[in-house]
Design a protein around this ligand. Structure first.
Ligand code: HEC
Length: 207
């Protein structure tokens, strides 16, 4: 009799503590989502600003370094600071080493394309999920990047590419597939992968 009651209360306790940890995990996921959104906004804002400035002051050929050097530099800093992998992936890539989506990312890009076809705007289009890969759990997040006018100088059709840009892209990216985009196409996404066994960094107010 006694042993049955003990077993029952152990089961009840287990259920209670599972709910509690489940709730804690849900709160943690919300924080991870907010932190992902913040890092993405920072990356996109810095890139967009630098691209506009460079195109205006130095011209398109010089602006190449924004997408080529500054983007991986900021993404690299955000990765190191947080213990995440922060990267940009493309629906068709220019740099296969950095921009190639993995299977999960490929699936989300397809989902984004389907959502866009139903009229959803890229501005707030994102997807997040907890996934297990190789015995480790990750919080994964992607935010869609649409193609804007300003992107066509280097990602548009051949007619959009200034001669100097074309020469430089042909030389540096023999595998380039990131051309032929039109305004409103899905260009790619910012992708963030957070290992769940690494705690979230304490973010100071105004950081
Ligand atoms: C001045 C030229 C230039 C402009 C303008 C430009 N890009 Fe790029 N973009 C590049 C280059 C070069 C790369 C390859 C970077 C590398 O080597 O990793 C690239 C790579 C990318 C990638 C990574 C995936 C891939 O294809 O390798 C994304 C995403 C991207 N660009 C989005 C954009 C968006 C969105 C815009 C407009 C807001 C834009 N780019 C405007 C030159 C440009």
């Amino acid at each position: 009799m006694e042993s049955i009651r003990m077993r029952v209360s152990a089961a009840v306790l287990a259920a209670v503590s599972m709910t509690a940890s489940g709730m804690a995990a849900a709160g943690d996921m919300e924080q991870r989502l907010a932190a992902s959104r913040q890092a993405t906004a920072e990356l996109m804002k810095q890139l967009g600003g630098a691209l506009k400035r460079e195109l205006k002051s130095q011209g398109p050929a010089a602006a190449i370094s924004v997408c080529r050097d500054l983007a991986p530099q900021i993404a690299g800093r955000l990765s190191r600071e947080n213990g995440w992998r922060v990267t940009r992936v493309g629906t068709r890539v220019r740099n296969p080493l950095l921009g190639m989506p993995d299977a999960w990312e490929q699936g989300v890009l397809e989902e984004f394309q389907a959502r866009a076809a139903k009229g959803e705007k890229y501005a707030n289009m994102s997807h997040s999920e907890v996934v297990e890969e190789g015995g480790r759990r990750y919080f994964r997040f992607m935010k869609a990047i649409g193609t804007k006018d300003i992107c066509l100088t280097c990602h548009g059709g051949e007619a959009n590419l200034p001669a100097q840009v074309k020469t430089s892209l042909d030389r540096d990216y023999p595998m380039d597939r990131a051309r032929g985009y039109r305004v409103g196409d899905l260009r790619g996404a910012v992708s963030i992968k957070q290992p769940l066994d690494i705690p979230l960094r304490e973010v100071k107010a105004g950081d």
